[in-house]
Ligand binder design. Structure first.
Ligand code: SF4
Ligand code: SF4
Length: 395
């Protein structure tokens, strides 16, 4: 028996959804379609047709259909080739939100991650008290209040800690008056937003996180992660209005420090590198040049641009809650990016500006036995500053 499962909140996208002319130009961009034997319902166009079916009540939100709606990394690559400019990533997120409201989503794997966020305030289920353990090796006593607050985020706090340690070292050497929230930092809610659980972010995470940061007197928040950046920069203001601080991604902040000559590069790095644009920084927020400007200021670096870069950059497979729920497939998408685009540039290292991309690429390098370094931008900058201190792993 058919249930009444209208998706009313998709009204705002209705005109767009019905403007899909089924040209299929989007098919060539979707990283998931490639992994699903080109099955149409895993394509951007297919997802739009499924959503139309849900809206018209011709389709039931079966477990299999819901899984297809959640098999999108929200990379926004399809938007770049779509003639009527359908924001499929936004439409997919709005659909997920409706499916959550109807009680048929998120899927089981995503629900497990949601529980971990609820109990430990991070998607890995790591103890919340261990969140700032990465700072212990730095022998840093940071002030309670400061002008700048560094938001490490869940991935750099628990998994890619070299990013967080490198950033803190750079800020210290640049003489920045900064602090971190430490154990008080929690999930920004990016995973919940991408998986359709917007209401809980609005009512809980956004307010709490903004209040904690405001209490520290910060005028500027610097995020390590592209996902945290989008959440703070775009979504918190949509929910709460203007924030009491500006929000910068670490690549923008580092660009400012380089331009102001507050950090210098004493070491010539004889390395050939390329840069991977994180989807949530690039296509979602058009931040393409700051990381490149930082890299190009480093003496000795030979920068090689990939054919697929900027708006055309292929997704690493980690976003949209995809890595959390489909880890194997997600790493396989990262392998595609490395094999098809990075390795042909014959670089020593692929640099990116998001700990999620770093983690997915590191796993792909391991799985594929590739000879390639993966570096987050702050790690490269710290190396080039030539200060004799390695970045030990604490995890
Ligand atoms: S946003 Fe990315 S993953 Fe989602 S349908 Fe478009 S191309 Fe595919
Ligand atoms: S490119 Fe746009 S209009 Fe063409 S099939 Fe894909 S979603 Fe529809």
């Amino acid at each position: 028996m058919k249930r009444n499962l209208k998706l009313p909140a998709l009204k705002q996208y209705e005109e767009k959804i019905y403007s899909c002319m089924r040209c299929g130009f989007c098919r060539s961009t979707c990283p998931i379609l490639l992994k699903r034997d080109m099955e149409e319902t895993f394509s951007p166009r297919g997802r739009i047709l499924l959503i139309r079916g849900l809206m018209s009540n011709e389709l039931d939100p079966s477990t299999r259909l819901v899984e297809k709606i959640y098999s999108c990394t929200t990379c926004r690559h399809c938007y770049s080739t779509c003639p009527p400019r359908l924001e499929i990533d936004r439409i997919v997120e709005a659909t997920r939100n409706q499916l959550v409201k109807l009680g048929v989503a998120p899927p089981k794997a995503h629900r497990a991650i949601t529980s971990k966020i609820e109990s430990e305030n991070n998607p890995f289920g790591e103890p919340k008290n261990a969140r700032a353990r990465w700072l212990e090796s730095e022998e840093s006593v940071l002030p309670e209040k400061a002008e700048v607050l560094y938001w490490a985020g869940c991935m750099a706090s628990y998994r890619t800690q070299a990013t967080a340690r490198a950033t803190v070292r750079i800020l210290k050497h640049a003489g920045v008056n900064f602090t971190i929230l430490g154990k008080e930092e929690g999930c920004c809610g990016s995973f919940l937003l991408r998986t359709g659980q917007r209401d809980v972010v609005e009512n809980k995470y956004a307010k709490v996180n903004v209040a904690k940061i405001a209490d520290r007197g910060a005028k500027t928040v610097v995020t390590a992660c592209a996902g945290c950046f989008r959440t703070f920069h775009d979504e918190y203001p949509e929910m709460l209005g203007t924030l009491p601080f500006e929000v910068l991604h670490v690549s923008q902040y580092l660009e400012g420090l380089v331009k102001a000559r507050r950090i210098g590069f004493s070491k010539e790095l004889t390395m050939k590198v390329t840069y991977h644009d994180p989807c949530h920084l690039g296509r979602h927020l058009s931040i393409y040049e700051p990381p490149r400007n930082v890299m190009n200021a480093i003496p000795g670096i030979v920068f090689s641009e990939m054919v697929k870069s900027h708006e055309e950059s292929r997704c690493c497979g980690a976003g949209g809650g995809f890595r959390s729920a489909f880890p194997e497939l997600s790493v396989s998408v990262a392998m595609d990016r490395l094999k098809l685009d990075v390795l042909p540039t014959s670089v020593d290292a692929v640099v990116t500006a998001c700990p999620f991309c770093v983690k997915n690429f590191e796993d792909a390098v391991k799985r594929g036995g590739m000879r390639l370094q993966v570096l987050d931008l702050p790690e490269l900058v710290w190396k080039a500053m030539g200060i004799d201190r390695s970045l030990p792993s604490v995890a």
